[in-house]
Design a protein around this ligand. Sequence first.
Ligand code: FES
Length: 61
Amino acid sequence: MYVCNCNGIREREVRAAIENGARRPAEIFRACGAKPQCARCVCEMKEMAEDAAEALRYAAE
Ligand code: FES
């Protein structure tokens, strides 16, 4: 499934970027070698990064 239609960035690529340390949409774009265009995907990227950070916090408890 595509998260960013403008750049053709798939969900698995966003997850890989997050696993490699990206925490903000700008870092996810950078990790994918892309730049935001319409920015419609930014909210979803942000949610994915926040969900991953929350999962890590729970795992650390
Ligand atoms: S959908 Fe990602 S920049 Fe447009």
